[in-house]
Design a protein around this ligand. Structure first.
Ligand code: NAD
Length: 359
């Protein structure tokens, strides 16, 4: 029997609803895999915790994250809970991503069956790429550190050779494990930058092509970020793996998500050399919290990424194929805003039934 200690953070807004669904799926997976035991350990963190105790995450939780085999985090944040400086108080990105040195934010964008893409003519799997967002530097290195005011404030964008090299290498290694772009089956890594304007981005591109030389089996190309936003709409099938600076990745992965059924279809992993945590790409969606209509697949698929990362690929595939099958058979229905037509609970039950082999 393989046992894993997994930290779960239910978060804020729709977070607890998504976590409940995901835990139900993980329980079904364990029922079907007698040799797999996930010891889930719930920790409170986020805006709710900040409002109660004046701190978004406890030292005990941070310590537990350092010791655990896996971390599964639901969305956090409440726009009404803010720091004295005016930024949101409940977000954990800085603490976890930077604190655990999770340099690669992996954001798959994949069109599943039964999902209506706003782009015409794409079959299931016809959009299937991964955005790798550098996670520890770039513009967000200035998180909570902007200087100036009240009339002008500057945030600094930092790109380092070391930071770029490791994330670009991660992108090429990932491409090696994939089947290439849907358009032509070519394994391809695309550098997305604004090197026509910013020196920092020119360094990013320079390092990208240095690393690319170590991967002659994979096509390497570069595109400016504004053109890339256009391409992700008019020719998404061209892409396999894209690697980019922190804020660019934040923006373009959301754009990608919109083409593949909305943010509720978007899982992610934050991965470093020693640690990793997995979360939905989207936020805590206060506008639909408590209504039971959020799509939990973002966190369910994040749990599958986590299982694959800890070496439980079979369990990960079981979740992925169950989600695919339930969508294909119409057992899961989403409206044009990406919300659960029959409720979040129905989605959870559909995935669990397929994991258990009941359908
Ligand atoms: P959001 O991602 O929460 O919501 C954007 C839109 O997408 C909303 O209309 C929402 O209803 C919808 N949506 C999101 N997830 C959905 C799902 N699973 N199913 C169906 N619809 C879904 O973005 P926001 O409203 O700008 O931010 C809300 C809060 O979340 C803020 O406090 C923000 O700072 C925080 N946030 C947290 C994270 C994180 O925890 N990683 C990421 C982004 C935003």
């Amino acid at each position: 029997m393989k046992e894993y200690r997994i930290i779960t953070i239910p978060g804020d807004g729709i977070g607890p609803e998504l976590m409940e669904s995901t835990i139900a799926v993980l329980e079904a997976v364990q029922e079907m895999n007698g040799a797999l035991k996930l010891n889930l350990e719930e920790h409170e963190a986020g805006a709710g915790r900040y409002a109660r105790y004046g701190k978004r995450i406890s030292d005990e939780t941070l310590q537990a994250c350092h010791e655990a085999d896996g971390i599964l985090k639901a969305p956090v944040g409440n726009p009404a809970v803010r720091t004295p400086e005016g930024t949101e108080a409940g977000l954990l990105g800085g603490v976890l991503r930077t604190g655990l040195d999770l340099f690669a934010n992996m954001r798959p964008v994949k069109l599943y069956p039964g999902i209506r893409s706003p782009l015409a003519g794409y079959e299931p799997g016809g959009i299937d790429y991964v955005v790798i967002r550098e996670n520890t530097e770039g513009l967000y290195a200035s998180r909570d550190k902007g200087v100036g005011g009240p009339e002008a404030v500057a945030d600094t964008l930092i790109i380092t050779r070391k930071g770029t090299e490791r994330v670009v290498r991660f992108a090429f290694e990932l491409s090696r494990k994939r089947n290439g772009a849907p358009e032509d089956g070519v394994r391809r890594v695309t550098c997305v930058d604004k090197s026509n304007v910013l020196r920092s981005m020119a360094l990013f591109r320079e390092v990208f092509f240095e690393v690319a030389a170590d991967y002659p089996d994979i096509e390497a190309e570069a595109v400016y970020s504004d053109a890339c936003a256009n391409h992700l709409v008019i020719r998404p099938a061209h892409y396999d793996v894209l690697v980019m600076e922190n804020m660019l990745g934040d923006l373009l992965s959301d754009l990608g998500g919109a083409t593949a059924g909305g943010l509720g279809m978007c899982p992610s992993g934050n991965i470093g050399e020693k640690f990793a945590f997995f979360e939905a790409v989207h936020g805590s969606a206060p506008d639909i919290a408590g209504q039971g209509i959020a799509n939990p697949l973002s966190l369910i698929l994040s749990a599958a990424l986590m299982l694959a990362h800890i070496g439980e690929s079979e369990a990960a595939n079981q979740i992925e194929t169950s989600v695919w099958g339930a969508l294909e058979a119409g057992e899961i229905r989403l409206d044009n805003k990406g919300r659960a037509v029959d409720g979040s609970q129905a989605i959870t039950e559909a995935v669990c039934a397929r994991v258990r082999g009941e359908i």
